[in-house]
Design a binder for this molecule. Structure first.
Ligand SMILES: Cc1cc2nc3c(=O)[nH]c(=O)nc-3n(C[C@H](O)[C@H](O)[C@H](O)COP(=O)(O)OP(=O)(O)OC[C@H]3O[C@@H](n4cnc5c(N)ncnc54)[C@H](O)[C@@H]3O)c2cc1C
Length: 294
């Protein structure tokens, strides 16, 4: 497995807030919504695993934007013109967002962060815990050659023979509507629930262990979800010698590297053995072997 990291965009973000309009909002599961924003410039440049900040237009409560990852881009007559993201309602901003209707003007800043590298492998596994499953649609469509992202567009050549999503949720009630993913040729979906109400009864990492012990082991793993789950995935892959990339969802205030509220610990050769990196600009995607996994 090789990964092309030289095309990661790093700080190539729009230099400030712009106005975007809500095109549509759809409920996918309890407290889970997909929002489509009309923002052609960002839709043309954004890549899988990148994120953006969103906040209400002209408001001061909440004052700070909130980060959301790309779910997918949508085309208009002249190519990509809208960005979809899927969010879970957990607090003030996401509660407000769930009331946004078509035509609403909102503030948008992005794309931000680095995104996942372009995979070059046979079998790519994406492990998503809870709402962390959302980047898989764009990741899989790019890896399987169904869609290209970025400007200049990253290659549309098929890069992986197959992609498996291992999706872990507490119970079947927390499972999002996966119909967007079910239509992607080459993508297999495996479900794990903590209570056994659907799919495998147990942790989503059990599915990774099983796959690593099989003839069809993944040769690269991408992952996003709760931190303990991501650290477990990172440790399993490190032991198995499988290339693994984790997308951290550290709470962040600014999104462009100024506030240092989202730092994570990376391994270094310093006497202490670690240092801080900002998730918003040096991430959110890190190679698991770079991180302090505890
Ligand atoms: C790079 C990145 C990408 C993200 N992508 C998505 C996405 O695609 N979909 C999605 O639903 N969410 C995503 N998140 C998380 C999302 O930003 C938070 O859920 C959102 O900021 C909550 O805002 P709020 O005002 O509704 O909640 P708040 O009122 O700010 O917080 C409510 C509660 O949630 C906790 N909380 C807030 N943010 C986080 C977090 N990041 N991790 C753990 N606990 C948190 C708070 O401490 C508080 O207890 C992402 C986060 C990052 C950093």
């Amino acid at each position: 497995m090789t990964t092309q990291c030289d095309n990661l965009p790093g700080m190539m973000a729009h230099a400030g807030w712009t106005t975007a309009r809500v095109i549509e909002q759809q409920q996918l599961a309890a407290d889970t919504y997909r929002l489509r924003l009309h923002c052609p410039e960002a839709a043309r440049t954004i890549m899988p695993g990148q994120f953006f900040m969103v906040r209400p237009e002209g408001g001061t409560d909440p004052l700070l934007g909130r980060p959301f990852a790309l779910y997918d881009t949508a085309d208009g007559d002249d190519g990509p013109e809208a960005i979809d993201f899927v969010y879970h309602v957990i607090g003030k901003m996401t509660g407000l967002m769930s009331e946004w209707n078509g035509g609403e003007a909102v503030e948008f800043w992005g794309p931000l962060g680095n995104g996942y590298p372009v995979p070059q492998c046979r079998h790519l596994m994406y492990i998503g815990g809870g709402i962390g499953y959302t980047p898989v649609l764009a990741v899989a469509r790019e890896a399987l050659g169904h869609r290209s992202y970025g400007q200049p567009a990253r290659s549309r050549e098929r890069k992986a023979e197959r992609v498996t999503l291992c999706y872990g949720v507490r119970s079947s009630d927390h499972c999002a509507d996966l119909s967007d993913l079910e239509g992607v040729e080459g993508l297999t979906i495996l479900l794990a629930t903590d209570d056994g109400s659907a799919g495998h009864h147990g942790l989503v990492t059990d599915l990774l262990d099983e796959s690593l012990a099989s003839d069809d082991a993944p040769d690269a793993v991408y992952c996003c979800g709760p931190l303990p789950m991501m650290y477990a995935v990172g440790r399993i892959c490190e032991q198995a010698g499988v290339d693994c990339w984790l997308s951290l969802e550290s709470p962040m205030a600014c999104g462009f590297g100024a506030c240092f509220s989202c730092v994570t610990r990376v391994r270094t050769d310093d006497p202490d053995g670690w240092d801080y990196r900002r998730t918003c600009v040096e991430g959110p995607v890190f190679r698991a072997t770079e991180l302090v996994l505890d």
